[in-house]
Structures are given as C-alpha cells and as structure tokens.
Ligand binder design. Structure first.
Ligand code: PHE
Length: 352
C-alpha cells in the first residue's frame, strides 16, 4: 500500500465537501471534483492501480471504491435534505396560505324542461308507456300527409314551418311543427297494442312574444288498442295531471277541437290548480287549456300500417314548454331557451 495516501482523511474531506453543499450547484461541483470519470480525484486514484505492485492492487482499489461509495451516499443524503428544506421554505412562504378555502367548484343544474320532461317520463313509464324520439328534421309526408293533412289543407297555415333543402330527390323535409309525426313512426315500429310518449323539440315560423317562440317543446302521447275509449283518454289525462300538479284530484273538461289527425278531437282543460283571488295563471277563468287530444283518425292508423277496423287509439299533444311555465310560474316562454344563466341558476338543486 503506498503510504502517501491517507484514505480516511480523503474520505473525511470528500464527505465534508458534500455536507457543506448549500444548493444543487454546490452538489454538482463536488461531484465534478471527486467523481468525474476523467478529471475527478477518485478517478485519479483508480488510475494509479496499474502502476502498483500486483499484491497491493486489490486493497488499494477497494479503499478507493469505499471513498467513492461513501461520497455518493453523502451526496444523496444532502440532496434530499436540501429538497426538504426547499419544500418547507415554499410552504411557509407568505404568499401561500394552506388554510385558505379551496376555489369553489361550480356545478351546473338541470334545465327546467329536462326536469319536467323526466318527471313526465317517470309518470308515463309507470303506466306502461314507451318513451320514443322522432327526428326534428322530418319528412313533410310524416309531418302532414300521413297525419291526414293534405298539401292544400288550411290547417297547414296554422303551423307554417321551415322547409329544408331535400337530401334525397323528391323527399321534402321540414323542421317538424309538432311531435305528432312520431305517432305514425311509432305505429310503423311497435306492434299494437302499445302506449308511447314522444317528448321533443318542435319549430314554427312564428313571430315571438311571451307565449310564442319559433322553437318550443311538446310531448306526444299515443295509445293503440282494441277497445280504447275517450273515457280512458280522460282518465289517463287526469292521472298524469294529478301527478304533475301534485293534487289529489283535478277536474277536467273536454271542448271540441279540430285537428285533422283525430276524430273526434278535443281541447282538454283542467281546473286551475293555482287559483287564488285575482289568479294570473287562468286569468280568473278557473280553467287552464292544457292539452289538445282526440281519438286517432282511421286514416292515420292506416298510414301507420294499422287496421282501423280492428284497432283504435287516442292521442294527445302536451305543450311541454307551457307545462314548465305553469309548473314554475314562468311568465315568458322566451326565458326557456334564452340561455340566461341567472335564470337557469334558479333551478339549481340548492335553490329549488
Ligand atoms: N299536434 C297538435 C299540435 O301541435 C296537437 C295534438 C296532438 C292534437 C295529438 C291532437 C292529438 O297542435
């Protein structure tokens, strides 16, 4: 062993340098001085091995490697220590206050139309109804002709609509003016007897005011069976109105109403469930007009591929938008699709 080298002193010096490091730059400098493969002090020691007497080489190499390993461990330890100190300094920095409440998470809420639609779907599915969806861009044929409204029928004026560029030659497309085309689509797909509702968006070319919009929501209802009657229609309407308005009983009345796809056709009114002196909902008439309905016209059953000699049906067209307005006492239809967050926030669960 060459006696010019004191490994213990060397190790003490190396570890001292590592422990004295104050930051990453210092640590790197120690690494460079000692551990660099070319100019480092450990490398210089190892480079001497070939010049030594063969019997000394092993011991010398071992001693040099121990210095190297001790230094590596000391550098690791110091690095961890410095990182912990830095973290502590960051956390106790005056600009960071871990006791502050977290930024609040803004939760959205369901649209009132969705709330009422889901409620209606619950009520009707509990009575055995399917929930169907029809296209908003509808074939003119389904929106009118198949519903017993020929092209020259004056009833078309009342629901003048937006016509679209045909996608297929000869197939005239419209934005549907009502959910009634789903009646025929339902007949084509479901085997009678069946019950179905079809909530959805409808469109009319209309100037807007508090009770008219070019876009609004309806919910169609259709029941087809062998012995369907007006009494069942009335009973069904009463059951659903009781559930929606949460009353034990609700008087309804039928007035004659004309819709080419029902015969006989009715307007169904209900006793105003909100009535107070000077009621603004029913304008003191004590009745609210709720739901056009009637017995499905044989031509419509035929258009849907159902034999009118064997099957009968009733249909109703609920003004979903109107029901939402009644339910939440909203005075202007335009609020519903206006996208005003302040308005919509009033339906957030906490606010309800
Ligand atoms: N589709 C009709 C409308 O939009 C309503 C209706 C539906 C009438 C079903 C009778 C039966 O005005």
């Amino acid at each position: 062993m060459p006696n010019d080298i004191d490994f213990a002193a060397l190790e003490a010096e190396a570890l001292g340098a590592a422990r004295a490091a104050k930051d990453e730059a210092d640590l790197r400098a120690v690494e460079r001085d000692w551990l660099d493969k070319k100019g480092g002090r450990v490398a210089a020691l190892l480079a001497r091995i070939p010049t030594l007497e063969p019997q000394m080489r092993r011991e010398f190499g071992g001693a040099a490697n121990r210095v190297k390993q001790a230094l590596e461990a000391a550098l690791d330890a110091r690095r961890t220590e410095l990182a912990a100190a830095q973290l502590h300094a960051d956390l106790s920095d005056a600009t960071f206050d871990p006791t502050l409440p977290a930024a609040s998470l803004e939760l959205g809420s369901l649209h009132p139309l969705t709330l009422v639609r889901r409620e209606l779907e619950d009520i009707f599915t509990s009575m055995g109804y399917h929930v169907l969806e029809g296209p908003e861009v509808e074939l003119e044929d389904y929106n009118f002709q198949k519903l017993n409204i020929p092209s020259d029928h004056p009833a078309r004026d009342a629901t003048d609509t937006f016509y679209c560029e045909p996608l297929v030659a000869g197939a005239s497309l419209v934005l549907r003016t009502h959910t009634s085309p789903v009646q025929v689509r339902a007949m084509e797909r479901l085997k009678p007897p069946f019950r179905a509702i079809a909530p959805g968006r409808v469109f009319r070319s209309e100037s807007t005011d508090a009770t008219h919009e070019h876009t609004f929501h309806q919910m169609e209802g259709l029941v087809v069976g062998e012995d369907v009657t007006v009494a069942q229609l009335v009973g069904t309407m009463k059951a659903f109105l009781r559930a929606v308005f949460r009353v034990d009983d609700l008087e309804v009345r039928l007035r004659p109403g004309f819709f080419p796809f029902v015969e006989p056709g009715f307007e169904l009114d209900a006793r105003c469930p909100f009535c107070t002196a000077g009621c603004r909902v029913c304008k003191q008439s004590r009745w609210i007009e709720l739901c056009p309905c009637g017995m499905v016209h044989p031509n419509v059953l035929r258009a849907g591929g159902i034999d009118p000699e064997r099957w009968r049906g009733f249909a109703f067209g609920l003004g979903l938008s109107r029901l939402v307005m009644l339910r939440y006492q909203i005075d202007d239809l335009r609020h519903l699709l206006g996208g005003d967050v302040q308005f919509l926030e009033t339906f957030a669960p906490a606010a309800r």
